[in-house]
Design a protein. Structure first.
Length: 225
């Protein structure tokens, strides 16, 4: 499945639909922001792999005005939206890039990601976590706001029912729901327990989940030093 093409097609309406398709939108992103361990005036270097339209990165930029941000994504159309969002911000840079092409010699204080890493196969996730660990400076933090697989088939089915009920209550249009379902065919969700274990195996400490609601999870870890 051509994931880049899927997201190229939805780029212009993505930000409009995301709060309806992520029922816990404010708490989901709010929990991620609260995990960031740095002071608001810190001159941190931030990487956002799978940045899409730059929504999450923009939240970080607002809270950390001295931050230098590097946004990557496989969809040129999504990055074009991000470029528009950061127009005039000389501290933002962009690259069309696959997750696993992460240049590890860069040193970042913070790596963030939202609703993107779940597209990788299991071994791809594990490899990316190792690369992110190596790319972080000592004391750096990785925060992932993403989807998780239910630990049993019954719980996964319950996640799906909850999501459909929530987005209907949110007023998501039939067109937006069908487009989301089409993109979800590319999902390769893993359980939260597996992902936390993979972070620990990659070398992260202080690994924890700060928010969980059905399939939506916010978790991360630090690089000791």
């Amino acid at each position: 499945m051509n994931i880049a093409a899927l997201f190229d097609r939805c780029a212009t309406g993505y930000d409009r639909d995301r709060p309806k398709l992520v029922p816990c939108f404010d708490r989901f992103y709010g929990a991620a922001m609260r995990m960031i361990p740095f002071l608001s005036d810190a001159s941190i270097r931030v990487l956002d792999p799978g940045s899409g339209t730059g929504l999450f990165a923009a939240m970080v930029a607002e809270a950390y005005p001295n931050a230098a941000l590097h946004l990557t994504d496989i969809s040129e159309a999504m990055l074009n939206v991000a470029r528009q969002r950061f127009a005039g911000n000389s501290q933002a840079s962009f690259a069309v890039q696959e997750h696993l092409d992460l240049i590890e010699e860069f040193s970042f204080d913070l790596v963030i990601s939202a609703l993107s890493i779940h597209h990788l196969e299991y071994e791809g996730k594990r490899e990316l976590f190792r690369k992110i660990f190596r790319a972080l400076r000592p004391g750096g933090m990785f925060i992932n706001s993403d989807q998780a697989l239910g630990p049993t088939p019954e719980e996964e089915a319950a996640y799906e029912r909850q999501w459909l009920a929530d987005i209907a209550a949110n007023g998501a249009t039939a067109e937006a729901i069908e487009a989301a379902k089409e993109r979800m065919r590319a999902d390769r969700n893993a359980t939260l327990a597996d992902q936390l274990r993979w972070l620990e195996e990659a070398g992260f400490s202080e690994v924890r989940c700060s928010y969980s609601r059905a399939r939506f999870e916010v978790y991360g870890g630090r690089k000791s030093g």
